[in-house]
Structures are given as C-alpha cells and as structure tokens.
Write a protein that binds this ligand. Sequence first.
Ligand code: ZN
Length: 134
Amino acid sequence: MEPTHIEHIGIAVKSLEAAIEFYENILGLKCYNIEEVPEQKVRTAFFQIGKTKIELLESTDPEGPIGKFIEKRGEGIHHIAYAVKNIEDQLKDVADKGVKLIDKSPRKGAEGLDIAFLHPGSAFGVLVELCEKK
Ligand code: ZN
C-alpha cells in the first residue's frame, strides 16, 4: 500500500469547544477549520502538526457513529488515517487479501478528501481510515 504519512488522527470528544480549548491553550496548536459533516453526523475541528492533522470529532446525533462510540467506549482515539494514492486500487487490493472493509468504495470526508474505512476487526482493534487528496 505504501502510505506516505499519517494524514490525521481522529479523536472522539463530547464537546468540541472544551477540547479545542485544551488543544489550543495546553498543547499550543491552532484550530484552523471547523466543519460539519452531516452524512457522518459529526462536527470536526482540525489542527495541523507537521504533515499530520488532529481531527476532533463531536457527535451531532447520539445515534451517529461517534455518538455510539462515546456511549460505548468514552472519549478517546477513534481512528488513524493513512494518506494513500489510488485509494480505489488499495481498497480492492486489501479486500483481495481478506481484510474486512467498512467502505467498499471511497466516499467524501471532511476537507474534500476521498476516504474509506477498514474494519477494526481486521486491523487489530484499530479503525483504519485510508484517505486520498485528489
Ligand atoms: Zn478521519
């Protein structure tokens, strides 16, 4: 697959505002974008650190994926996103290798990236996101 870098780390939080305050005032990062992704029932806040971003995820609906995640496991790391090229080919390739996919084909994520998730059951308990900037 040869991912080029960790594109972002997704972190589920109960309150975007409270978490932004921590990332800005304690860690000294600057939030450069807040975006709602209605299809995923989340509001996201982004911080850049090197080539990698921190993506904070706040649920807009208790029945959405982040709402359910926090209900079950509490706040914390939700997924790791790897930057790849030719995401469609990568998905086919890993599916051929027996990896369980959540997304069989890419969809639009925050910041206009094409994204797809691999099932944590095939990835040692970690929800893995592949993403490609087209
Ligand atoms: Zn993500």
